[in-house]
Ligand binder design. Sequence first.
Ligand SMILES: [Zn+2]
Length: 140
Amino acid sequence: MIRLPPELAARIREAAFSAYPDECCGLLIGRQEGDMLVIDGIAESANLSASPRDSFEIDLRLRLRLQKELRGTGRDIVGHYHSHPDAPAAPSQRDRAQAWEPEMIWLIAGVTDGAVGELNAFRLDEAAGRFIPVTIAMLA
Ligand SMILES: [Zn+2]
């Protein structure tokens, strides 16, 4: 289970809305608290994909810079988010092809006709080769 504060969920929805009809993307920052993975920050990235309407690519420099900043703080990059313009908030074929880090949370926002709908979280089950839904607790 992950905990996502409502204000961060709102910022992701806003990014998804602004980027439409392209996909938005960014990194999730957080820490483990017992069984709960607590998301306590996000870092928006430019979508560097050559076809941003149906795919995303996070700026690797942003990731490296954040990793350096977070070293020794107990917080880390724990996943990423992106949006699906006019597609369901579930991993696409392309997402499956790109997934290779089983420890990362995938947060996907569905956008339909410019309106942001569902926000869903997934984690890759590498052995099974598929994404597994992760419950989001929307607590402050
Ligand atoms: Zn996707």
